[in-house]
Design a protein. Structure first.
Length: 641
């Protein structure tokens, strides 16, 4: 295999036509390097005739998308495509803005076809965003603008350029009738094979897409044939997918590679993916990094932590999550090991089992397959309680509060569970120029810095009705009516009542959430174009409550008491008490006292305000409160008892 990278020159010397003169002007005017970088992987086979126009059209996009572009051609032919690529790349290159590289695969390496070439390019890419497209110009380069903009505004893991995203048949006009028919049959076959996974994807066969390389696990892929996009979608069910429309362009030169042999190969690929695609996904390891503070390695995906997932471990894990292999230890039994480690178990006869070992190097959690089949329960009822107290040990706090920011100023918004905090937050994001950091939990440092903790938001049908724009499908909105009723405040209160009667509540909860998952969606699908923040300094605490009206300032002590009460209100569901006893017993710190002290340091003297409402109009009133803190009455002095 021959690899040619970073072919760059300082000036354009290729003969300029009227069509490419604007390109030279745009590159000359862009004098500084861009913050964003995009790699465009182009698998080619006998595309020498098309590569020149493709490179020129790609180069013209750099200024439009405000990102530096590296085109990486992965060639499986011997017709001079690589040589032509490097010759033109050297002439078009613009330092810091546009470059061209090539990988030439030897004949012995080409057995896995176009998919193998794409995976080779994905492995070589060094940027977060990677775009995959054909080299025959039937994937119009200009569509890349929509791919990049959609990825930026929706923060999707994969953005697919779809020929079927609307009912407009002209989008297939550049395809022959036979090719259109074959495409429709292939798409139907894919949806029939993966009805759930591909439900919201109109064109699983496109092959023209943008993917977040940081969340793509190449170890799951077994490239063969030419439908790499389908391979990725089938083996990465956790990816957040969006689509943009595109019209299939005419081939300028060369010959189409589509044939009946490829159709047969595709059907074989579908069968293989159906048989072992899920196994490949489940056999992977999932790595999550909470801002470098706490690292998790899991055999099971944790959907709430999807935005904190990293492709490779950044260091030894602080917590490992395994499935199966549980030892025969009774419920609630704690064992002191000779090494000084501790072990505790929580079990219910119906199959819910959690086994936790607190070792000197890390915490190891094993859950039964029964628990693993309910990933929301695994995270919310097992992993999150552990995170709460382990982060306290490291000097950070997960507080039960939403957080939005404007620049480097952030405000915490807290309330008792099911008060209306999430709806208030989403309304704020729609109506005010603020960025989203978190909704359910916010990660707070003692310095007062708030770090994003981007869990998906648990919403209700009422929440969606209150919003102006969402990306939820009609079916998803209809499902909210059932989900909202089941996962409501009343349902939660009933579950806590059942715990008093020694029923297998954790098992019941796991079954319910497996059959009817809670309505959780990332904020990008609920408020289109939302700005995402990463970290800011806390500037105030807002407490919303039902009943009454008006605002009232609180003393730091009173505000801290309410915030801690709200934090405790978010926990308590089995096996929380079992996990808490173990973590408290193994820690050298008084974790409750330390948690309070850390929050007290973080909030310092920032103003705190309680906002009461009978009409749930907090979102309309919050902006004026932020601008007019001095208009809120001072807190009354505490009278000593």
């Amino acid at each position: 295999m021959d690899v040619y990278r970073d072919v760059r020159v300082d000036a354009l010397s290729y003969p300029l036509s009227d069509q490419v003169l604007p390109l030279k002007q745009s590159l000359d005017e862009a004098t500084s390097a861009y913050d964003d970088s995009v790699t465009i992987v182009v698998p080619t086979k006998n595309e020498r005739e098309n590569i020149g126009e493709l490179l020129w059209r790609l180069a013209s996009l750099s200024a439009v998308i405000r990102a530096s572009i590296e085109v990486l051609v992965v060639d499986d032919s011997d017709d001079g495509t690589v040589e032509e690529t490097l010759r033109l790349g050297a002439e078009i290159a613009a330092p810091g803005r546009f470059s061209v590289a090539a990988i030439h695969r030897a004949p012995a390496e080409r057995h896995d076809g176009l998919s193998g070439a794409v995976v080779r390019g994905l492995a070589a890419a060094k940027t977060k965003w990677v775009i995959v497209m054909d080299g025959d110009l039937q994937h119009p380069p200009e569509v890349i603008v929509d791919l990049v903009n959609t990825a930026r505004t929706n923060h999707a893991s994969i953005v697919v350029a779809s020929r079927h995203v609307t009912s407009d048949t002209t989008k297939l006009s550049a395809m022959s009738a036979g090719r259109r028919g074959l495409s429709s049959v292939c798409a139907f076959s894919a949806h029939a094979t993966f009805p759930g996974r591909l439900a919201r994807i109109t064109d699983p066969m496109s092959g023209f897409f943008l993917v977040d390389r940081e969340v793509l696990d190449l170890r799951r892929l077994q490239p063969k044939g030419f439908k790499i996009q389908l391979e990725i979608l089938a083996t990465h069910p956790e990816l957040e997918v969006r689509e943009v429309p595109f019209a299939f362009g005419p081939r300028v030169g060369g010959k189409s590679k589509a044939s009946c042999r490829h159709a047969v190969s595709y059907l074989h690929q579908l069968a293989v993916l159906r048989v072992n695609g899920k196994r490949r996904a489940l056999s992977s390891r999932y790595y999550y990094d909470v801002h470098g503070i706490f690292r998790i390695e899991s055999a099971q995906p944790l959907p709430e932590l999807q935005k904190l997932r990293v492709p490779e471990p950044s260091g030894p894990p602080d917590l490992t999550v395994e499935v199966g292999g549980l030892a025969d230890v009774g419920p609630g039994e704690t064992i002191d090991l000779s090494t000084g480690d501790a072990r505790t178990c929580y079990r219910e006869r119906s199959g819910f089992a959690v086994d936790v070992t607190d070792a000197s190097t890390h915490l190891a959690v094993r859950v039964s397959p029964f628990v693993a089949r309910s990933p929301h329960v695994l995270y919310t009822n097992v992993v999150e309680p552990i995170l709460r107290w382990k982060l306290v040990e490291r000097g950070y706090v997960l507080v039960h509060a939403a957080c939005f920011a404007r620049g480097d100023r952030a405000w915490l918004l807290t309330a008792r569970t099911d008060t209306g905090k999430t709806t208030t937050m989403l309304k704020m994001l729609e109506r005010a120029p603020v960025a989203f950091l978190s909704d359910d939990l916010s990660l707070l440092a003692p310095s007062g810095e708030v770090l994003t903790y981007p869990k998906p938001l648990t919403i209700s049908a009422h929440t969606v009705h209150a919003l102006q724009t969402t990306d939820l499908t009609r079916l998803e909105q209809l499902g909210l009516k059932v989900q909202s009723r089941l996962h409501s405040r009343e349902g939660r209160q009933l579950a806590f009542v059942l715990t008093k009667y020694h029923l297998p509540v954790a098992s019941i909860n796991a079954v319910i959430q497996r059959l009817i998952p809670p309505p959780k969606y990332h904020v990008e699908r609920l408020v289109l174009g939302v700005e995402l923040g990463r970290r800011s300094k806390v500037d105030g605490l807002l407490i919303i409550q039902r009943g009454g009206t008006g605002e009232k300032a609180l003393s730091s002590e009173d505000a801290l008491d309410i915030l801690l009460t709200n934090c405790d209100d978010a926990y308590g569901f089995p096996p929380y008490e079992t996990l808490e006893r173990m973590l408290f017993g193994m820690s050298a710190d008084d974790l409750r006292a330390k948690e309070r002290s850390l929050i007290e340091q973080a909030l310092g003297s920032v103003p705190s305000c309680v906002m009461s409402s009978d009409t749930l109009d907090w979102a309309e009133r919050i902006p004026s409160v932020l601008e007019l803190w001095e208009g809120i009455p001072e807190p009354e002095p505490t009278v000593a008892s």
